[in-house]
Design a protein around this ligand. Structure first.
Ligand code: DGY
Length: 327
């Protein structure tokens, strides 16, 4: 009998093709994420779970899945899985870093450009039949060249955003990170305290992952420090930002611009965001380029196969404890 693999939401076909002969696949083909109870029920006797970053895989699910050997998260974020319980139960946990760095950094820049130059509104304007010829004061926006960017979370994605800002737009780059970035000199970025970053940045980008330290790291006090006409973009995790405080800032500062790809409690989002004027809301598509999503599918499929064959998987988050280094 083939071991079972639960895939909580349909991944690109290249991944399915790699898996279909080796495993019995239980795939959620519905156009929605599986609920917690559905995952709990479906994972009971599976060998592996390919989970989405919005699936909560907690200790109850892991302990109940007696045959579980690997959880392969389809994404770089790791906050949705109880890693300690996985490790204690001998379950490997992997993610898909690196392959999505450029895609996510590019999307962050897409949001920045769209907000700076009011691109969605200008597009809507033309489509509504309002274009009456070149107008010297039509849709005036902000110039990024030479302005200051502040990056909160200087990991792979933050460093890539920094590089684009520094060398593509001649921006001064400030960053806030627990540790000094090894890329600091190369990118010509300055590590500063959070308050200093917020006060001085024309563009603030959040790429920080979610953990106990970062939850609601950007709240009322932090928004108060930001410039009233700043651009604020979050492509990290929704929970890093206090949504109430964000909405209050955007309501009291009409020139404050907001671009979000992630939300607290996804797939829910605060409907008050829809009422904000200078705001672009995307459905968590940071890594959504064809190339990246196929690579992510290849990694999760490779990891299922490797573990089935007794090898260490790629990008094992808890590999140190569960895999021999020379595997
Ligand atoms: C991830 O991989 O964690 C991202 O949020 C997906 O875009």
């Amino acid at each position: 009998m083939k071991p079972k693999v639960l895939i909580t939401r349909l991944i690109p076909k290249n991944g399915i093709d790699m898996l279909k002969d080796e495993f019995e696949l239980i795939i959620n083909t519905q156009n929605r994420n599986m609920s917690y109870d559905e995952i709990l029920k479906a994972s009971k006797d599976v060998f592996g779970i390919i989970s989405m970053v919005s699936d909560k895989i907690d200790s109850t699910i892991i302990k109940k899945a007696q045959k579980l050997k690997i959880i392969a998260n389809y994404g770089v974020g790791i906050n949705n899985v109880d890693i300690d319980t996985a490790t204690q139960n001998g379950v490997l946990f992997t993610n898909t870093p690196d392959v999505l760095t450029n895609a996510t950094a590019e999307l962050a820049f897409g949001l920045i450009m769209a907000l700076a130059r009011r691109i969605p509104k200008a597009d809507k304007f033309l489509r509504s039949g309002s274009f009456s010829g070149f107008d010297p004061v039509l849709f005036l926006g902000e110039e990024l060249y030479g302005s200051t960017m502040g990056i909160i979370g200087m990991g792979r994605i933050g460093s890539t955003v920094a590089r684009i800002a520094r060398f593509g737009f001649n921006m001064r780059v400030l960053y806030y990170n627990r540790t000094k970035s090894p890329n600091e000199r190369l990118i010509d970025a300055e590590r500063v305290e959070l308050d200093e970053l917020l006060k001085n940045s024309d563009v603030v980008v959040v790429t920080a992952p979610l953990n106990d330290d970062s939850r609601h790291m950007i709240s009322k006090k932090e928004f108060a420090l930001m410039k009233d006409d700043a651009i604020f973009v979050n492509v990290g995790r929704g929970e890093v930002v206090d949504t109430d405080a964000l909405i209050e800032k955007a309501k009291t500062a009409p020139l404050f611009k907001v671009g979000l790809d992630v939300y607290e409690n996804e797939p829910n989002f605060d409907e008050r965001l829809l009422e904000l004027k200078n705001c672009i809301l995307l459905p968590h598509i940071g890594s959504a380029t064809r190339k990246t999503r196929m690579k992510m599918a290849e990694i999760v499929a490779t990891n299922m196969i490797r573990v089935k064959n007794g090898q260490c998987p790629l990008y094992a988050v808890n590999g140190g404890q569960l895999c021999r280094a020379n595997d």
